[in-house]
Design a protein around this ligand. Structure first.
Ligand code: N01
Length: 532
């Protein structure tokens, strides 16, 4: 089947891109989706306690006033199920379903240079041809299940948070192991602890976490967000992370100790990702960061009664925010329960998984189920899993062997007419993702509109532009606190053999948007457009 545009993935980005291509550019468009429903991340991440940690009134599309105003969020942070319902609602309103095929995983995509088209194959042996290929596979969709010896022998069930099965899983009276304490693990453990007979949390690196302070939204709040639709939409283009909060303009050092404490206490009580914005320099200066890191440490120590466990939970190796900040609801509190235990993998590493459980250096434990909350092969992983072959038979896995090379995070030299939404080299995971996605979709759509107008056959960025873009990101990151984290998935440390390079664009959405706008204004300078 030949189409003008194929979009891979039916999450936030794929759905909006479909609407743009089909309804505004009048292109014959198809979305190919691996899952059996729309939702992307929010289809797969059905794990217990799954909820977004960006606030619901901004974790949504803002491109349509009508859609924004007609949807009513229930809580401060939306549950996975609620986000899925929201996306299904958007699909219905925009009549998108008829242009999506489900249960098809793209297993390869090859650029046919002579014909200037892409040829895609799916795991259901379907073949598609298209002019424009758009990746909307997300940044965090390639699950990382660590290669632990013996996993195949385990006779219980095991799950990864990002590939959670559809069926209902019962933890009641079960012995559960959870490996990983990132954003997902910190959400899962409190829910599982409530019903499991026992829960053992295997922690490799202690993680900072700030209270989420979730709550039901009041009618007044909901009314106000609708009233302020244009203001909110505008605000999301102005803040570095596309969130609805501004960073304070004042350094922590402009305040005395007691004033600092008041400000931190207020931010802690308010909870949420805005905690890091209560002073201008928490995310920028190590000395300011240290004060706040210690504040969080104290808070955790005050919650956890067993002093040894509290110590293991707060033996931080990295500055706060140098790895993805996490929010929690009663995570540290679970370590006061009799049925929850923490194992510090630095002291007591896993040797192997056995038929009945997990053997560590010091002991052998029996488990009925194992939960892997071990994260993702972030940003580049999902694109590489498409098995792309570009011009002159260039394989993406070879072209990216020293790290992902993109221009603006949007296109790759030698891979013509292939666009990426929220991929390596874009602000993506460092932002409120729907805000970034909309910027990308709109920029890509404008570009395709222009290409069609001038009767372009193919387009790709110049190699030197991609080289410079990677250089720019590396240079920006080197000046940031992100590089102070010994191990972080932002720089590929979590995946054995992955090139160690900072992957997302770290200077914020407004600056990134400005760069993209400038390129558009200069008639897409840096891209080679083939008109023949
Ligand atoms: O994954 P992570 P995640 N043995 O990579 C550990 C988004 N998200 O799924 O820190 C033992 O953060 C690893 O340890 P270490 C959000 O952007 C958002 O939790 O590498 N442990 C870490 O503790 C987030 O950042 C939301 O030493 C191993 C954990 O597993 C991103 O997704 C919710 C290990 C992985 O943490 C990823 O979060 C969920 C091994 N071999 C996710 N390998 C919300 O909006 C890894 N670990 C709320």
């Amino acid at each position: 089947m030949y189409l003008d545009t194929i979009i891979i993935g039916a999450g936030f980005s794929g759905l909006y891109q479909l609407h743009k291509c089909r309804d505004q550019l009048s292109l014959k468009t198809l979305v190919i989706e691996e899952g059996k429903e729309v939702g992307g991340t929010w289809y797969w991440n059905k794990y217990p306690g799954s909820r977004c940690d960006t606030e619901s009134h901004i974790y949504c599309y803002t491109f349509s006033e009508k859609i924004y105003k007609n949807w009513k969020w229930k809580e401060r942070y939306p549950k996975q199920k609620e986000i899925l319902s929201y996306l299904k609602y958007v699909v219905k309103k925009l009549k998108l379903r008829k242009n999506i095929i489900f249960n098809n995983k793209v297993i390869s995509a090859e650029y046919l240079d002579k014909k200037k088209i892409w040829k895609l194959k799916t795991n259901k042996k379907k073949v598609f041809l298209c002019k424009y290929l758009i990746s909307a596979v997300g940044s965090l969709s390639a699950a990382n299940v660590p290669n632990i010896k013996g996993i195949k022998n385990f006779k219980g069930e095991w799950y990864h948070s990002g590939r959670w099965p559809d069926k209902k899983i019962n933890f009641k009276n079960q012995k559960i192991a959870q490996i990983g304490t990132g954003s997902s693990g910190i959400q899962i453990a409190p829910v599982v602890a409530k019903s499991a007979k026992s829960l053992v949390v295997f922690q490799r690196t202690p993680n900072y976490s700030v209270p989420a302070r979730n709550r039901k939204l009041t009618k007044t709040f909901i009314k106000n967000t609708k009233k302020k639709y244009f203001q909110i939409k505008n605000l999301l283009t102005k803040t570095p992370g596309g969130h609805a909060f501004h960073f304070s303009k004042k350094s922590i050092f402009e305040f005395n100790k007691s004033q600092r404490l008041d400000i931190l206490d207020n931010a802690w009580l308010n909870g949420g990702l805005s905690f890091r914005a209560c002073f201008s320099d928490i995310t920028k200066k190590l000395n300011a960061n240290k004060i706040v890191s210690n504040y969080i440490k104290e808070k955790i120590i005050n919650i956890v009664k067993d002093k040894e466990v509290a110590k293991q939970l707060t033996d931080f190796e990295h500055p706060f925010t140098s790895k993805r900040p996490t929010l929690n609801t009663d995570y540290f509190e679970i370590f006061n329960r009799k049925n929850v235990r923490l194992i510090n993998l630095k002291k007591n590493p896993i040797i192997k998984i056995t038929k009945n459980g997990i053997k560590t250096k010091n002991e052998e434990l029996k488990f009925d189920k194992i939960i892997f909350a071990t994260g993702y092969d972030a940003l580049s992983g999902p694109i590489l899993s498409l098995n792309l072959t570009g011009k002159k038979n260039i394989k993406l896995k070879n072209y990216w062997k020293n790290g992902p090379k993109t221009y603006l995070g949007l296109m790759i030299p030698n891979f013509p007419n292939f666009f990426i939404i929220s991929g390596p080299g874009s602000p993506s995971v460092l932002t409120n993702v729907p805000a970034q996605i909309q910027q990308h979709v709109e920029w890509i759509s404008d570009f395709i509109k222009y290409l069609e107008k001038i009767k372009s056959i193919s387009v790709e960025p110049e190699s030197k532009e991609a080289k410079n873009w990677v250089k720019k990101i590396t240079s920006l990151a080197s000046k940031s606190l992100f590089m102070k984290a010994k191990n972080s998935w932002y720089k590929g440390d979590n995946i054995p053999g992955k090139p160690k390079i900072f992957i997302p664009y770290p200077a914020g959405l407004p600056q990134y948007r400005e760069i993209c706008n400038k390129v558009r204004k200069k008639m897409y300078k840096g891209f080679c457009i083939n008109l023949r």
